[in-house]
Design a protein around this ligand. Sequence first.
Ligand SMILES: C[S@@+](CC[C@H](N)C(=O)[O-])C[C@H]1O[C@@H](n2cnc3c(N)ncnc32)[C@H](O)[C@@H]1O
Length: 187
Amino acid sequence: MPDWDQHYLLREAGEQSPADVLIQNEHLLPVSGKVLDYACGLGANACWLAAKGYSVTAWDGSAIAIDKIKKYAASQALTIHAEVRDLENNPPTAAEFDLVIVSFFLHRPTLKKLQAILKPGGLLCYQTFSGEQSNGRGPSNPEFRLQQGELLKTFADMKILFYREDNGVGNLQQGLRDQVMFIAAKK
Ligand SMILES: C[S@@+](CC[C@H](N)C(=O)[O-])C[C@H]1O[C@@H](n2cnc3c(N)ncnc32)[C@H](O)[C@@H]1O
């Protein structure tokens, strides 16, 4: 993950905000349990969840990011089990989490495997870029952007609790034009 290591050398944990899909839907989240920040980067989601008392695991391929999370968590007295893990070549399999949050990461070949690591009733919370890059934000490569309705199709066998995909409808100066937010429960 050398590019991401380079990226995180210049940034610090504690400077980022958790994903809006979590903040705006806090009322849907389990009241306690084991949660995973998947491809966590500097762990803004993990830190937010740990501060709320969840048992938090955080995985990312960047050793620099994971080291920075560990140091930040210790400085804030937060408990986060942070590990370096290649999620493309070594995706998880055990159904052990009550909530998995994925923000701004997409690897289509292993996307459906996210469902397998949830306990029955567990929530998959997802937020990332979608459609074509039109405003310079996010990746330009369509491999790393969701297609319209893609999460609904991929996880059609889950119970959808929240979905937002504004697309090109209405006042394009407002709203969430280039991202998807999704929360679904494993049946
Ligand atoms: C755009 S960042 C998002 C980080 C974080 N989720 C957030 O919302 O700020 C994408 C993350 O995916 C991680 N990543 C990319 N490929 C990976 C892989 N194969 N295994 C694990 N993590 C990977 C990168 O290290 C990076 O932290």
